[in-house]
Design a protein around this ligand. Structure first.
Ligand code: NAD
Length: 338
């Protein structure tokens, strides 16, 4: 069942489906006709948390919206096509999710997408800054390690920057870590919770298996293989799709999980925690993903890295130079824009 996006609430990183009466979130998806956008819009349409779904793309949104609008759930659905319709798509939104952009093909890194996606993200987030400056902005478009600094700089340019409301969606790394650990240990994946910190590319993806609930132990060689698989899981999908794109269905699931957590917290639910790539003071990287306590206004508290193993400390040290370079590239891109 689609509503099985809900996970049981027991450990710190658990989330659950809201039963709040304030289920009136107005959510926009930008890039809604794409491989991620369509199944993500379906999951959002299926949720009682969402009352209005606005779908923007440069192609096919009338069809996607007409199709989804026939589903017998409460959210109204409307499609918006082309830049002149973008303002109306955004006005009044509480949450904007952005999977617009090109995906990887075999042999490409996420950074290879920078040239195309940086412009797309800068353009779309400039429209958000103008038309829904108070909304929570969730960026899926890669390279996330650069598209979040891009979004922050764009919001700064418009004088509406709030670091508590801009999120790089790294949830798929957590979802994968949970699935892979459960597979190895014969556990129910819905009951496994592995925080994944750092960034969202290769070795910047840092799974904290030492903080997994329930507690799991692996011999070092198996742990190294597991971590390598989590870090390269996106590439596993890119290779298997053989030129037809990157992860879309699992990403849609992960994006929906993140949006539902955010909306639950905005509705006043307490104890909602998700990892996300955000403005951070936890390391000397200006942006870093760690578990975040979410609240009515976005990030309520950064829960930090916590107690980690020497192996995990080493992974962080090795990730920081690459993360810093990706962040700088994003910041400089916006500074160089006219
Ligand atoms: N954060 C993650 O974990 C994660 C995981 C998988 C993929 N991604 C990224 O998500 C992005 C989308 O992937 P996909 O598989 O859905 O790609 P896709 O090509 O299937 O879809 C992208 C959509 O964006 C639209 N688009 C392009 N330019 C646009 C613009 N200026 N305004 C609005 N829409 C525009 C396209 O028309 C298309 O419908 C890629 O950058 C990919 O790398 C991120």
């Amino acid at each position: 069942m689609l509503s099985a996006l809900a996970r049981p609430a027991s450990a710190a990183l658990r989330r659950s489906f809201s039963t709040s009466a304030q289920n009136n979130a107005k959510v926009a998806v930008l890039g809604a006709s794409g491989g991620i956008g369509q199944p993500l819009a379906l999951l959002l349409k299926n949720s009682p948390l969402v009352s209005r779904l606005t779908l923007y793309d440069i192609a096919h949104t009338p069809g996607v919206a007409a199709d989804l609008s026939h589903i017998e759930t409460r959210a109204t659905v409307k499609g918006y096509l082309g830049p002149e319709q973008l303002p109306d798509c955004l006005k009044g939104c509480d949450v904007v999710v952005i999977p617009a952009g090109v995906p990887r093909k075999p042999g490409m890194t996420r950074d290879d997408l920078f040239n195309t996606n940086a412009t797309i993200v800068a353009t779309l987030t400039a429209a958000c800054a103008q038309h829904c400056p108070e909304a929570m902005i969730c960026i899926i478009a890669n390279p996330v390690n650069s598209t979040i600094p891009i979004t922050a700089e764009v919001f700064k340019k418009h004088g509406v920057y709030n670091p508590n409301k801009i999120f790089g969606v790294t949830t798929l790394d957590i979802v994968r870590a949970n699935a892979f650990v459960a597979e190895l240990k014969g556990l129910d994946p819905a009951r496994v919770s592995v925080p994944v910190i750092g960034g969202h590319a290769g070795k910047t993806i840092i799974p904290l298996v030492s903080q997994c609930t329930p507690k799991v132990d692996f011999p070092q060689d198996q742990l190294t293989t597991l971590i390598g698989r989590i870090q390269e899981a996106g590439t596993e999908v890119v290779k298997a799709k053989a030129g037809a794109g990157s992860a879309t269905l699992s990403m849609a699931y992960a994006g929906a999980r993140f949006v539902f957590s955010l909306v639950d917290a905005m509705n006043g639910k307490e104890g909602v925690v998700e990892c996300s790539f955000v403005k951070s003071q936890e390391t000397d990287c200006p942006y870093f993903s760690t578990p975040l306590l979410l609240g009515k206004k976005g990030i309520e508290k950064n829960l930090g890295i916590g107690k980690i193993s020497p192996f995990e400390e080493k992974m962080i040290a090795e990730a920081i130079p690459e993360l810093k370079a990706s962040i700088k590239k994003g910041e400089e891109f916006v500074k160089s824009m006219k």
